[in-house]
Design a protein around this ligand. Structure first.
Ligand code: MIC
Ligand code: SF4
Length: 645
């Protein structure tokens, strides 16, 4: 069989299973990454396994999310992460060094290797021809312990790019176009592989924008070939020794084809409050903006900021707009300072933020009430910016910079007196500033290293084995596309509680129903009912862990997003699906549901749920491998793996 790149890498890492789409396989993981907001739990899980050192080729702990220190909590987490990394042979990228995905693609990504990261945008590094996958912290802990990573063998979809982007149209518009066509619902169980002559017109940072935001499609990962441009990028990072060429065989087989002609693409924007609500920028030209943010792991590379600077050069930000810019990494920050780009941005009235996630996840710079904020990041879920009625639009840095000047959403090609062709002159800098001193490297002798645990570091809760009768009240019924931001909100107030599950669990479903946690406690837990694509978005395992802590036993939904499905299993919550989706309409909040002989039903994968309130039967099923069934029976991954080890 002529092979595509995805199958080649999976084959070379295959530990168990048959590579047939839909079947569970497991693969060897070469590299892992964590970030601080998910990392504390990942390392507590790893520690609980009792191993002396990680068993990967490279593991990196990034501190990039919770960098705002308004109390001791985040600083405690940083100290914990830095010391526990040293203890177990893990690199630690210190706060200020940049966003995990930007730094990983610069300093660690290697074609042909596998990477598992406790962040949903881990696939960013697949732009360099590796298989990079997002997962929950517990799954990453298992990978650090050398356990193979189980996943459903994906279908591989060929996205064939032809033509070349016109000046003013960006890589961001390619992924926005794909989101427009595929929506946030249709990527589950798929990998996207980019092919065609259009690929070689895209730089590595442009490819990273595309693979990054593939997460919003719900795909397992998105991958580009490793070609001459990959070599040049890695050479500029002084890492060309790690380069290998990687391309699909001629006439390689795929499970589907999508064609995009780059010549025909326009500048696009995603409207509030979903990344797939995509329209042309020209159709949004009457929307007034109050804030513009250029940054995040999607669009914060050297060339992103250089393009913004060309547009902003000699201009000034509109009086009604606050323009915020966060370079993606310390490397990018230093280079834009060296090359005069930073000066242009400052001179245009930009507010420069540190290299971190920041506004993307509602850590600072929340927009004014009802305000429109145009951002270059990847998600615009309701409330994520920290302003409940904030109206977040997503677009490229070029559109963002143009809009910051005019005060309305603007296509850079329509900017008065601006020669848009000048954008074509922007190239990635070949003279990179390589300085890894902000990355603490692993050391050999670790016996004397003491892990620092401030009062914010609380033990990881674990549950008991599964009971034979599962039931309880329907604590909440929600609709389609519920995100993990809905389940476990983020923002500057809640994020510092990530290493303190009892405290963070008080905020479960807070944006939808502030009484949820209280109700769960009063009823000794219960069941949540959901619609299609339940748990899309972030990889945060707290969206499973905190409900588990509150006693949630099962989620009954129409379908699940991949990472969240795994996280539920990892924490012993049953992910059940309606057999007949119309049953969803016959359940109400507060109905009492019971699953008798739950263990036997779980072994069969088929469930009869009795709705005691309505005196009705609901048929449900769970798509679980034998291993996942055992994990659920044991009450979660940690119990399961401890038995195995
Ligand atoms: C996000 O973009 O939502 C986050 C914050 O990076 C999350 C991880 C988290 O919740 O800690 C993600 O994408 O996985
Ligand atoms: Fe950070 Fe935002 Fe990227 Fe998540 S999406 S890693 S919060 S920059």
């Amino acid at each position: 069989m002529k092979e595509n790149i995805t199958r080649k890498i999976l084959k070379s890492h295959l530990v168990e299973g048959n590579m047939i789409a839909g079947e569970e396989i497991s693969i060897k993981i070469d590299q892992t990454l964590t970030q601080d907001a998910t990392g504390t739990m990942a390392y507590l899980s790893f520690e609980a396994l009792g191993l002396p050192r990680v068993r990967t080729e490279v593991s990196v702990s990034y501190i990039d999310h919770n960098t705002l220190q308004t109390g001791f909590e985040n600083a405690d987490d940083h100290a914990f992460l830095q010391t526990i990394a040293a203890k177990y042979g893990i690199h630690c990228s210190r706060p200020g060094n940049g966003i995990c995905h930007q730094v990983h693609s610069e300093r660690f990504a290697v074609p042909g290797k596998t990477l598992l990261g406790s962040d949903s945008h881990t696939p960013t590094s697949s732009a360099l021809g590796m298989i990079a996958i997002g997962a929950g912290g517990m799954s990453v802990a298992m990978a650090m312990a050398g356990q193979p990573f189980p996943l459903v063998m994906p279908e591989v979809i060929n996205v064939r790019l032809t033509g070349q982007l016109r000046a003013g149209v960006a890589a961001k518009d390619i992924i926005l176009e794909l989101l427009r066509r595929m929506t946030v619902k249709n990527g589950v169980g798929k990998v996207i592989e980019y092919t065609g002559p259009g690929v070689e017109t895209l730089s590595i940072p442009e490819r990273c924008t595309i693979t990054n935001m593939g997460a919003e499609l719900g795909v397992t990962t998105s991958i580009f070939p490793s070609d001459k441009l990959t070599y040049e990028f890695m050479k500029s990072q002084c890492r060309e020794v790690d380069w290998t060429e990687l391309k699909a065989d001629d006439d390689a087989e795929y499970d589907g084809l999508i064609e995009i002609n780059l010549d025909e693409l326009d500048a696009m924007v995603a409207k509030p409050h979903m990344p797939d609500k995509v329209i042309k920028v020209k159709e949004a030209s009457d929307v007034k903006v109050t804030q513009v943010f250029i940054g995040s792991c999607t669009n914060s590379s050297y060339s992103d900021l250089a393009k913004a600077a060309i547009i902003l050069d000699g201009k000034f930000v509109h009086p009604d707009v606050s323009l915020c810019i966060a370079p993606g990494s310390r490397q990018v920050f230093e280079m834009i300072a060296r090359d005069g780009i930073l000066q242009k941005l400052i001179s245009a009235g930009a507010r420069i933020l540190e290299s971190a996630c920041g506004p993307c996840i509602g850590i600072g710079q929340s927009p004014q009430s009802g305000g429109v904020s145009l951002r270059t990041n990847n998600r615009n879920f309701i409330g994520r910016s920290g302003t409940a009625d904030g109206q977040i639009y997503l677009a490229s840095p070029e559109v963002a910079a143009a809009s910051a000047i005019t005060g309305v959403i603007t296509d850079p090609r329509d900017l008065d007196g601006f020669n848009v062709e000048k954008l074509k002159e922007v190239k990635e800098s070949e003279e990179r500033i390589i300085d890894d001193r902000m990355i603490q490297a692993p050391v050999e002798n670790t016996e004397d290293i003491v892990v620092r645990r401030g009062p914010n570091i609380r033990p990881l809760p674990v549950r008991d084995e599964m009971e034979d009768e599962i039931g309880g009240k329907v604590l909440l019924k929600v609709g389609d596309d519920i995100t993990t931001d809905d389940i476990m909100p983020a923002g500057s107030k809640i994020l510092p509680l990530r290493s303190n599950v009892p405290a963070i669990s008080q905020y479960v479903f807070n944006g939808i129903d502030t009484a949820f946690a209280q109700r769960a406690k009063e009823n000794n837990g219960g069941i949540v009912v959901g619609g299609v694509n339940y748990g899309q978005g972030s990889s945060r395992e707290h969206a499973a862990l905190a409900p588990m802590y509150l006693g949630v036993k099962a989620i009954l939904a129409k379908s699940f997003a991949r990472i969240h499905h795994d996280n539920l299993i990892n924490y012993g919550i049953l992910p059940l699906r309606f057999k007949d989706q119309s049953d969803y309409d016959n359940i109400s909040q507060d109905d009492v549901l019971v699953i008798e002989n739950a263990k036997d039903q779980l072994r069969n994968g088929e469930f009869i749920i009795i709705n005691k309130t309505k005196n009705a039967k609901i048929e449900a099923y769970a798509t679980l491998s034998d291993r996942q069934k055992d994990v659920l029976l044991d009450g979660g991954q940690l119990n399961y793996i401890k038995k195995l080890l």
